[in-house]
Write a protein that binds this ligand. Structure first.
Ligand code: HEC
Length: 149
């Protein structure tokens, strides 16, 4: 997976597999294409993200990455997209809580970015904005799959 995503050269997520992973095992995410996913947070935001509901507002520079895979009918693994949320400066985009959403496809192409080229990723922002505002647009790993900190 790392190799496929690396082709996109998205600096914000380089080395993400070495970041804090907050889920204990991969879990199926209905909202991300029904794929199995893992959630990681970089060092700017991990100390907050690992508090789950008590995370509060994540600081500028926080990056949350979610890699994904599917098990094909033949039993082989198919790589899915890498879902990314990056906390930008205050005022970047009110509607998304200043998060920039993007998605790296398994072929190493970036599908789009909030306020960037390609798909505008509005559907990501809209669904994520559906949570309580005090949760800063983060939707958190389902309880059963969380790592204990
Ligand atoms: C229909 C709702 C929905 C859509 C659309 C959606 N997400 Fe999510 N997202 C969730 C939910 C629910 C979670 C937490 C549970 C999970 O992982 O399934 C989540 C978790 C995440 C996380 C982990 C951080 C967190 O919130 O805890 C990232 C990163 C993420 N999504 C990125 C994206 C990106 C990028 C897109 C668009 C390409 C997107 N999401 C589209 C509902 C959605």
């Amino acid at each position: 997976m790392k190799k496929a995503y690396r082709k996109a050269s998205v600096g914000q997520v380089s080395g993400y597999t070495g970041w804090l992973r907050v889920n204990a095992t991969a879990y199926q995410s209905a909202t991300h294409g029904g794929r199995y996913v893992n959630n990681y947070a970089n060092s700017q935001g991990d100390y907050r993200y690992k508090k789950f509901e008590k995370a509060g507002t994540l600081p500028f520079g926080s990056v949350l990455a979610k890699d994904s895979f599917a098990v094909r009918p033949d039993g082989k693994l198919g790589i899915g997209p890498l879902f990314i949320m990056e906390k930008m400066k205050k005022g970047f985009n009110k509607g998304s809580g200043d998060w920039r959403y993007s998605m790296v496809m398994p072929n190493g192409k970036v599908a789009g970015m909030t306020k960037g080229k390609g798909m505008n990723m509005k559907f990501c922002a809209e669904c994520h904005a559906g949570v309580a505002p005090e949760q800063d647009h983060i939707l958190l790993v389902p309880e059963d799959y969380r790592k204990k900190f």
